[in-house]
Design a protein around this ligand. Structure first.
Ligand code: A3P
Ligand code: MG
Ligand code: MG
Length: 400
C-alpha cells in the first residue's frame, strides 16, 4: 500500500508536483480494491427553515407525492412556473460545516454527552466530488477543500475561495435550469405524510414560492475500509413516512424500519430521445448514484423534462442497481464508462491517504486538498499559518 501514496514522477503541467511540501495522490492508480463500505445508519437529522434557521427536527422533510396523471397535460408541467418569485439561498454566506456540527452537538447532548467518534467528518457533496474524480476529470473544474485535525478526527469542508464560477454568457439559462430542479422537488413532495395532509395542502403546494433555503439533512455514520466516516447530506424526501426514532433508539441499521430505507433522491433530466442523450444521462448517473450511495438513500426518482423545462414523465431507479445498469448498457465502453467499484476503491484510497498524510496533531493547522482541472493528481499542502479554524466555535467548546 505504501508505494501507492509515494511521490510520482513530476508532470510538467503541475509545478506543484515539484514542491517538496506538496503531497500528491495519483488519481489513476490510487485504489484500495475490495475496501468494504459499511451500511450507513442515521445518527440524527435536522432542518433548515425558510429563513435558513436550523431546527433540531424533521420539519423540512418532504413526502413523495408524484402522479403520472398530473403530468398528462398537453405539454407537461411547466417547471419555470414561479421563477420570478424564486427565493434563493444566499450563496455568499459560507456555512462551513455548521449545520452538521450543530446537529452533532444536539445529538450528543441528547445522549448524555456521549461523543460520536469517527475518523472523517464531512458533507456528502464533497465525498461525491472526490469519488467521481477517476471518471469525471475531463470537464471538471478546479476545486479546493480545507481539512483540519481536531479531537481525533479530520474535518473537511469546501473552500469558499475556490467555488466554481460559470461563464457570464450562460448565467441566465443556468439559473433557470437550477430552478427547474427545485421546482420539481416542490411539485413532487407534500409537507406531511399523505394521510396527514389536507386536500388544500396538497393542491396548494405548488403555489408557494420555491425557497431553496429549506432543506432537510440526514447525518449518517458509515465506514469505508478501516476509515469511519460521519456524513451530512440533504435528503429530498421520504417515500411514505419516516419511522419514529423511539422504534429504533440505537440506530440499528439491520432493523426493518430504518429511516434511510424510506429516503428518496429527486433529480431532473432532459427527456432522452437520441443516443447522445442516453450517453449523457448514463454519465450523469455516476454522480447521482455516488451521492445516494454515500448516504444510503435507496431510491432515485428522475423527472424527465423537455429542453424548455416541461416535466413530462418520471422514472424510479434503485440506487444499488445503477452500477450494473451502466455495465449492461449498449453504450458501455470499458475505457470510458464509469465503474462503481472503482469509484469506491478510489474514495477508500483517498480517505486513507488523508488519514495517513495529515499529522494527528491538534495544532489548528489547516490543510488544503486541491484538484486542478484536467490534472492527474490530488494535492495536499499545509495552508499558511494563522488561518482561522472553520469549525463552529460552539462545537470546539463542546468537544474541548
Ligand atoms: P436537479 O439536479 O434535479 O436538476 P440535488 O439533486 O442534489 O438534490 O439538488 C437539487 C437541485 O439543486 C438540482 O436539481 C439543481 O437544480 C440544483 N443544483 C444542485 N447542485 C447544483 C449546482 N452545483 N449548480 C447549479 N444547480 C445545482
Ligand atoms: Mg437535494
Ligand atoms: Mg435532488
Amino acid at each position: 500500500q505504501n508505494n501507492l501514496f509515494q511521490q510520482q514522477q513530476p508532470a510538467a503541467v503541475l509545478p506543484e508536483l515539484k514542491d517538496p511540501n506538496v503531497i500528491n495522490l495519483p488519481i489513476d492508480r490510487a485504489r484500495i480494491r475490495g475496501a468494504a463500505m459499511r451500511q450507513p445508519s442515521e445518527i440524527t437529522s435536522y432542518s433548515y427553515d425558510e429563513d435558513r434557521t436550523i431546527h433540531n427536527d424533521e420539519s423540512s422533510l418532504g413526502y413523495l407525492y408524484l402522479l403520472k396523471e398530473d403530468l398528462a397535460t398537453q405539454n407537461g408541467y411547466n417547471l419555470s412556473d414561479g421563477f420570478d418569485r424564486f427565493i434563493k439561498r444566499d450563496e455568499s454566506v459560507d456555512e462551513h460545516l455548521d449545520g452538521l456540527l450543530i446537529a452533532l452537538i444536539n445529538h450528543e447532548k441528547e445522549h448524555g454527552g456521549k461523543k460520536t467518534v469517527a475518523d472523517v467528518v464531512t458533507w456528502r457533496g464533497l465525498l461525491t466530488k472526490l469519488m467521481c474524480l477517476p471518471f469525471e476529470r475531463q470537464g471538471d473544474a478546479t476545486f479546493e477543500l480545507n481539512a483540519t485535525y481536531f479531537d481525533g478526527q479530520i474535518f473537511i469542508e469546501e473552500s469558499s475561495e475556490y467555488k466554481r464560477s460559470h461563464p457570464e454568457r450562460e448565467y441566465d439559462r443556468m439559473e433557470l435550469m437550477a430552478y427547474w430542479g427545485y421546482k420539481f422537488e416542490q411539485i413532487a413532495t407534500i409537507p406531511k405524510p399523505w394521510g396527514q395532509c389536507t386536500r388544500d395542502e396538497i393542491e396548494k403546494r405548488t403555489q408557494k414560492p420555491v425557497n431553496n433555503n429549506v432543506q432537510y439533512c440526514s447525518v449518517v455514520k458509515s465506514g469505508l475500509g478501516n476509515i469511519r466516516i460521519i456524513i451530512g447530506g440533504e435528503v429530498d424526501c421520504a417515500k411514505d413516512y419516516k419511522p419514529d426514532k423511539s422504534d429504533n433508539p440505537d440506530n440499528d441499521p439491520t432493523l426493518n424500519d430504518n429511516p434511510l430505507d424510506h429516503y428518496v433522491e429527486l433529480k431532473t433530466n432532459q427527456i432522452i430521445s437520441h443516443d447522445n442523450g442516453a450517453r449523457n444521462f448514463e454519465r450523469k448517473l455516476l454522480r447521482v448514484w455516488a451521492q445516494s450511495f454515500l448516504l444510503g438513500v435507496p431510491k432515485v426518482i428522475v423527472g424527465f423534462r423537455t429542453r424548455e423545462g416541461y416535466l413530462q414523465t418520471f422514472e424510479e431507479f434503485s440506487t444499488h442497481k445503477i452500477p450494473a445498469m451502466i455495465k449492461q448498457s449498449k453504450f458501455f465502453n470499458p475505457h470510458t464508462s464509469w465503474d462503481g467499484n472503482e469509484a469506491i476503491a478510489f474514495l477508500a484510497a483517498c480517505l486513507q491517504w488523508l488519514k495517513t498524510s495529515i499529522p494527528q496533531e491538534e495544532n489548528g493547522d489547516i490543510w488544503k486538498i486541491r484538484y486542478i482541472a484536467r490534472s492527474d493528481y490530488l494535492l495536499l499542502m499545509k495552508a499558511p499559518q494563522g488561518q482561522a479554524s472553520f469549525l463552529h466555535p460552539d462545537f470546539v467548546k463542546w468537544r474541548k
